[in-house]
Design a protein around this ligand. Structure first.
Ligand code: CO8
Length: 374
């Protein structure tokens, strides 16, 4: 069996960013208009007024200060409150493919590889732009990769699941190298009219190249010491969007096919699940948690990550040990932990051990324990 490594990573960040103040101004304009239009019903006691959002709440509850998005004006337009995405012809790359190309090409460049060195492309993310042809096959085509491509969706944990699949393929010799690409256009299915979640998500795309350790020539090479996956059914993060929506009787409400969650319950249930998974995974590999130099955690909530750090280390993790990118990017679903990895690995030394851990809807969680090789 071959030893396996992550030898390059790439990140696509949309040009446009929305601050909390900008998002809250749009949301509150919607609230004021709705309450004005429904003033009679509110006065009669037959309708509840909508409550305004606030930047202070968002930062305090989540740590999020801004988010990058594929279309700012459509989201902030009170008459629309969703991104505008140009409908593309079948003969041009999809938006997800375009984002994937940028991230994948950077990962290849950093790994010192080209498309000719790659045998597989896995698109691992929460939402596919269409069911088929698979996004991964389209991306493979535009990258010029021979071999195979397939899509997988395990919500926010998708990248960790993709890395395990890629590592298994390389280790067993069925592929020389596999790209794991996570394009997330979370703004497309976020309910910007829902105060509880309108601030949570942002858009981005990441890619990592997984190949044999032997012969790796990336700028920074991380040997994969082990991967672990876990799932446990929960309806606390749910999206009912699907191909049967047009056939469903009675039809669902417009907001029932968008992201919804019980944030408090998710927080309480996922923290112990993830902390135990990391502790057990490290113990099974004979690694002391205290010797781990970096944790690249899923970027959903700052307090959640601080608590996980505390449970794993028995003390608070420093910002260097557990870097945060959600302040700038918000929750980018499966891309989040890989963005943290991409932006915060260059200072590590050869021999340093680090953990990438992603978690989210399902529930689903995955950890990748790595050691820096060069
Ligand atoms: N402004 C002002 N007040 C607000 C707002 C707001 N925007 N929103 C809620 N409030 C109020 C509430 O009404 C409540 O008031 P009251 O106490 O009077 O009832 C009070 O503030 C507290 O509300 P919450 O209990 O909801 O607030 P929390 O402190 O729990 O914070 C969070 C909410 C930030 C959502 C927090 O619970 C959290 O982050 N939890 C973890 C969630 C998580 O990790 N989810 C992972 C989901 S992501 C994932 O898996 C990917 C899914 C697929 C990708 C989807 C892409 C779109």
């Amino acid at each position: 069996m071959k030893k396996v490594a992550i030898t390059g990573s790439g990140l696509f960040t949309p040009d446009e960013s929305i601050s909390n103040d900008e998002l809250v101004a749009s949301f509150n304009a919607h609230v004021e208009r709705h309450n004005r239009q429904n003033a009679a019903a509110v006065a009669a006691g037959t309708a509840e007024p909508l409550q305004p959002s606030s930047s202070e709440f968002i930062v305090k509850a989540s740590g999020i200060k801004a988010r990058y998005v594929v279309d700012k004006s459509g989201i902030l337009d009170v008459d629309r409150m969703r991104p505008r995405v140009r409908t593309r012809g079948n003969d041009e790359p999809s938006l997800m493919c375009e984002m994937g190309l940028a991230a994948a090409n950077e990962a290849l460049r950093r790994a010192g590889r080209s498309a000719a060195d790659v045998d597989g492309v896995i698109v691992a993310c929460s939402n596919m732009q269409r069911p088929y042809p698979a996004m991964a096959v389209e991306l493979q085509h535009y990258l010029g990769v021979r071999g195979y491509g397939y899509d997988m969706n395990v919500a926010c944990a998708s990248a960790a699941f993709g890395i395990q699949a890629a590592a298994d393929a390389v280790r067993q010799g069925s592929a020389r190298a596999v790209l794991v690409v996570s394009p997330e256009i979370c703004s497309g299915h976020l309910n910007f009219r829902n105060r509880d979640c309108h601030f949570i998500f942002g858009d981005a795309c990441t890619a990592v190249l997984v190949e044999a350790l032997d012969g790796a020539r990336g700028e920074a090479v991380f040997e994969v010491l082990g991967t672990r996956l876990q799932t446990q059914f929960s309806n606390n993060i749910r999206n009912n969007f699907g191909f049967l929506n047009p056939a469903e009787v009675p039809p669902r409400a417009w907001d029932d096919v968008l992201f919804a969650q019980e944030g408090r319950k998710v927080f309480k249930e996922v923290v112990p699940l993830v902390s135990e998974m990391i502790v057990n995974h490290l113990a099974d590999l004979g690694i002391q948690a205290g010797s781990v130099k970096r944790f690249w955690l899923h970027q959903a909530n700052l307090a959640m990550n601080q608590l996980i750090g505390k449970r794993v280390l028995g003390r608070e993790a420093t910002p260097q040990e557990s870097p945060t990118i959600l302040d700038e990017y918000a929750n980018t679903s499966s891309a989040g932990s890989v963005i943290a990895f991409h932006k915060h690995h260059r200072d590590l030394a050869a021999g340093d051990v680090a953990v990438l851990c992603a978690f989210g809807a399902g529930y689903s969680a995955g950890s990748v324990v790595m050691r820096k090789a060069n």
